[in-house]
Design a protein around this ligand. Structure first.
Ligand code: HEC
Length: 132
């Protein structure tokens, strides 16, 4: 039986990144989100984590909470219901790829591929404390 990862995560309310990774590794057959171009598997989340450390922590913090003494008013990425621009996969993709608000630049040209942006989408979602 194939159960979407999103549903699994929502039902189990697994809140930590390592918990979600462990689950994704434990049930590889469930690692495909229907509308997404690439599997949201543990490898994608890990690639996203590395990109995030490289490009995003300056404003969003290492934990994504943006509780920093920073110039910009970056979104707390752990709280999807508070996202200004929506928290569907496509909306998150667009925010990252094309930039958001006045302070966040477009990252698609920086990271160099659609796949890298999706990796970031999956990593950002792995930060969510609760599924919306
Ligand atoms: C220069 C500071 C800065 C950097 C660096 C930055 N962001 Fe942001 N980010 C922001 C700000 C400010 C917002 C809020 C934009 C708005 O007001 O709509 C934001 C919003 C977002 C959103 C949309 C959330 C919402 O409210 O809808 C996502 C997703 C996001 N950032 C991810 C990332 C990722 C992934 C990276 C690294 C590739 C990154 N950000 C790098 C400043 C930054």
């Amino acid at each position: 039986m194939r159960i979407p990862v999103k549903v699994l995560l929502r039902n189990l309310r697994i809140s930590t990144v390592s918990g979600q990774l462990a689950l994704l590794l434990a049930v590889p057959a469930a690692g495909t989100l229907a509308a997404d171009p690439a599997p949201a598997d543990a490898a994608a989340v890990e690639r996203g984590a590395q990109l995030f450390q490289q490009y995003c922590t300056e404003c969003h913090g290492r934990d994504g909470r943006a509780q920093l003494d920073v110039i910009s008013d970056a979104t707390d990425l752990t709280m999807p219901v508070d996202y200004y621009n929506g928290h569907s996969d496509q909306e998150i993709y667009t925010s990252i790829a094309d930039g958001a608000g006045v302070a966040m630049p477009a990252w698609r040209p920086v990271v160099g591929s659609d796949e890298a942006v999706w990796d970031l989408v999956y990593f950002v979602k792995s930060l969510w404390a609760e599924q919306p």
